[in-house]
Design a protein around this ligand. Structure first.
Ligand code: ADP
Ligand code: MG
Length: 739
């Protein structure tokens, strides 16, 4: 069954070499109580370690079941230790952070026994060694004798065929020693027990066979096997593997005994997570805020195509100059104002382009648009009969438009800064959906009598521009409120063509009267682009058809997307026109909403990147800390590693114990990070609200929280991976010898 054949083992330390075992040959019976007797340093422990498969001989062979172990794999050794061998050490070697019961269960769960079965068997063996009442105690709460009983129970739990005991009574008083020896003797009735001792009285009193060892050689064997006797009892080898649950329990218990340190580690690990969490919550919140702003406020802004558009690149270049600021020089230099004009790039709205847009507006795009506005250049003037100082009462032009090719657009118009007094309202559906007549009547047009009606537009606070009020005949410097009923009925003249106060014939002008006050509906999403008089497309069409000589080409096309999503479809269609065209042929549109938000978004992105870089650094630092702490833990738990290996734990199982501890720390760090972040978000949001009036900007979604936890767990795992591997590679013999 078990046989040592010419085993030699030499330890070499520098130049000095020590023969721990020297050509040892011995065979054991299936059930006997063997004591190995010899002075300290004669090689007893080494021999036991070789028999138990913890240590391996330099020369010779350990024969198990008549088979050489020369070609045993690590895995086979692990199985052998777990199934066939039970170790009892002099110093008990219990795992201090596991309970008595868990210590005994450990070896069982390594052999893949189910949790309930393991518990049942552990209780059984603990009963056998007389410890039923102490199963929930920690090893530190036990006496020496009780500890050794736990060690015996642990060795017996897997029902191994061989029990190896290394001076099991070495640290016990004589009375307790006798109890333990009686227990071991009882075990030896149906097992092979090999016990090491240096006490010859004890050896002869209890053992059935005494083997004397001196300087690594067997010098006497009281009951050797006869050469020719067939000894065909077999050892049974089954596979071992620690369940993940057991690894977790072990790590959890270990963590419990070092709560303070674990909390510090988790806290250190959480700092990086907090950084990332805050950045995420802020940029996420701001993005949402911008998105909301875009949807709620800006979605009503049309996509406009104007006769010219701004060249931002040129504008940027123009503001760059090599000139000195506030120079102390007594001469001036030239600044060509025409460079400003060059910011404007002509945007040729050709017939071809108009057809292209028209095909969309009346075809595929019908669903995506809630309105379209084609505005033409017209020669016209809106006149008001008023008293002008020095001239007297006259029809004075308060708003005039002229057809001047490519020169009539000022950059402000494109930005939407300019607010023309007399403007074309959006047509039909867009108008009805977004405006309401809050006073007076809907406009009607009398084309026969040339009596036309217009609206006065007020903003959502019922405000009217000061200049508009002056035109309406109020004195905004002395009055504070302006009654709608005084506004309704205000009359103007509309003169088609270029108006000249001296020569133009006023009788040719049409009558224009304010019939109603309109205001954007509550929740309307059409941008309030004007504050003045608004005329309908009906009137515009009348003018376009009846005064062809005074009407120019289409100046501005405004496309009102029906909702935010459809805006992209409209833009996509317009972009397609430019495909394969030269720069000069291209027609570019302006999405005013996008221009505003992309500037804001860009700034936020830049800030986020900088902050993320900082947070990443703190993540690295906390990972290194976790790495160091795991390393310290490995050093501290060296003995435990040896015990686990003696119990048959694979290298894999050892790294599993540490890895699962790191997973727990990573999870704890993530949790601390998330909780602290959620708490920090409260004051952050208060500050932001005070500064910007936006409530609850920073927010963490559940998706963010789970991502952060995952990042934390993964980082802790990676950080602890190398120390965990180091732990798994520790030589169990060396590990067991450390104190
Ligand atoms: P025993 O258990 O009989 O006291 P050991 O088997 O522990 O003796 O040791 C046998 C000899 O081998 C001793 O001289 C000891 O110093 C030496 N020895 C044991 N382990 C090592 C080691 N890891 N490195 C160097 N020498 C060792
Ligand atoms: Mg020893």
């Amino acid at each position: 069954m078990l046989k040592l054949k010419n085993i030699s083992k030499t330890y070499v330390i520098g130049e000095f070499s020590q023969d721990a075992l020297d050509n040892v040959s011995i065979e054991f019976r299936k059930a006997e109580f063997v004591t190995v007797l010899g002075p300290s340093g004669c090689g007893k422990t080494t021999m036991l370690n070789v028999i138990g498969g913890l240590d391996h001989a330099d020369k010779g062979d350990l024969i198990i079941n008549d088979k050489s172990t020369h070609n045993f794999t690590d895995y086979e050794w692990d199985m052998y230790r777990n199934n066939s061998i039970g170790f009892i050490f002099q110093s008990h070697n219990l795992i201090s952070h596991l309970s008595v019961l868990q210590n005994v269960e450990m070896g069982l769960s390594l052999s893949g026994v189910s949790q309930s079965e393991a518990k049942k068997r552990a209780l059984e063996v603990l009963g056998r060694v007389g410890l039923s009442d102490h199963i929930h105690k920690r090893p530190t709460q036990l006496s020496g004798g009780q500890s050794q009983r736990v060690a015996i129970a642990r060795a017996l739990a897997n029902n191994p065929d061989v029990i190896l005991a290394d001076e099991p009574t070495g640290s016990l008083d004589s009375e307790t020693s006798i109890q333990i020896l009686d227990l071991i003797k009882d075990i030896a009735k149906d097992k092979l027990v090999i016990m090491v001792t240096h006490d010859s009285e004890m050896a002869y009193k209890y053992a059935t066979r005494v083997v004397k060892l001196k300087d690594g050689k067997i010098i006497d064997d009281s009951n050797p096997l006869a050469e020719n006797v067939k000894n065909d009892a077999k050892l049974d080898l089954k596979k071992t593997a620690m369940s993940f649950k057991m690894a977790l329990i072990s790590s959890l218990n270990n963590i419990r005994t070092k709560l303070g340190r674990t909390f510090l580690t988790a806290f250190a690990g959480s700092i990086g997570i907090i950084g990332i969490a805050l950045i995420l919550s802020l940029s996420n919140g701001l993005d949402q805020e911008i998105d909301k702003f875009e949807r709620e406020t800006l979605s009503g802004y049309p996509i406009t195509i104007t006769e010219s558009r701004l060249d931002f690149e040129k504008m940027r270049q123009a503001t760059e100059t090599d000139l000195l600021m506030y120079p102390e020089q007594n001469y001036a230099t030239m600044y060509d104002e025409n460079t400003f004009q060059s910011f404007l790039i002509p945007n040729d709205i050709t017939d071809d382009y108009l057809q292209y847009v028209d095909a969309y507006v009346n075809g595929d795009g019908v669903e995506t648009l809630s309105g379209v506005k084609y505005q033409r250049k017209v020669n016209m003037a809106l006149l008001k009969y008023m008293e002008v100082p020095q001239i007297g009462d006259v029809y004075f032009p308060i708003h005039s438009e002229t057809i001047v090719e490519n020169e009539d657009t000022n950059p402000g118009d494109i930005f939407g800064f300019g607010f023309p007094f007399f403007t074309l309202l959006p047509e039909g559906e867009v108008f009805n959906n977004n405006y309401e007549v809050i006073y007076g009547n809907p406009v009607t047009q009398d084309f026969e009598q040339k009596n036309f009606e217009v609206y006065l537009v007020v903003d959502e606070y019922n405000r009217i521009y000061k200049s508009t009020l002056q035109i309406l005949g109020f004195d905004p410097n002395t009055e504070t409120t302006f009654a709608f009923e005084d506004i309704i009925g205000t009359e103007f003249k509309l003169y088609m063509g270029e108006y000249n106060m001296q020569t133009s014939d006023i009788s040719e002008a049409m009558d224009v009267t304010i019939a109603g006050i309109i205001r954007a509906k509550e929740g309307s999403n059409v941008a309030l682009l004007y504050n003045g008089l608004g005329y309908t497309s009906e009137l515009a069409d009348y003018l376009y058809t009846n005064y062809p000589d005074e009407v120019g080409g289409i100046d501005t096309i405004s496309l009102y997307p029906s909702n935010f999503e459809n805006k992209d479809l409209v833009k996509e269609y317009l972009d397609k026109y430019n495909e394969g065209k030269t720069d000069a042929e291209k027609v570019e549109y302006v999405d005013q909403a996008a221009t505003i938000t992309s500037m804001v978004g860009g700034v936020i992105d830049t800030i986020s990147i900088v902050l993320i870089a900082f947070a990443a650094i703190s993540l690295v630092v906390s990972s290194i800390m976790i790495s160091i702490i795991t390393y310290i833990s490995v050093l501290e738990r060296t003995k435990e590693i040896g015990v686990l290996r003696a119990l048959g734990a694979r290298k894999k199982d050892i790294s599993r114990v540490f890895n699962s501890e790191n997973l727990i720390i990573g999870f704890a760090a993530g949790l601390v990070g998330v909780v602290v972040s959620i708490l920090l978000i409260i004051p952050i949001n208060i500050i932001i609200e005070n500064l910007t009036n936006m409530p609850n900007v920073a927010k963490l979604s559940t998706w963010h929280i789970s991502t952060l936890l995952l990042i934390s767990i993964i980082l802790a795992y990676i950080a602890g991976y190398i120390p965990a591997r180091m732990a798994s590679k520790k030589d169990p013999v060396v590990a067991l010898r450390t104190e």
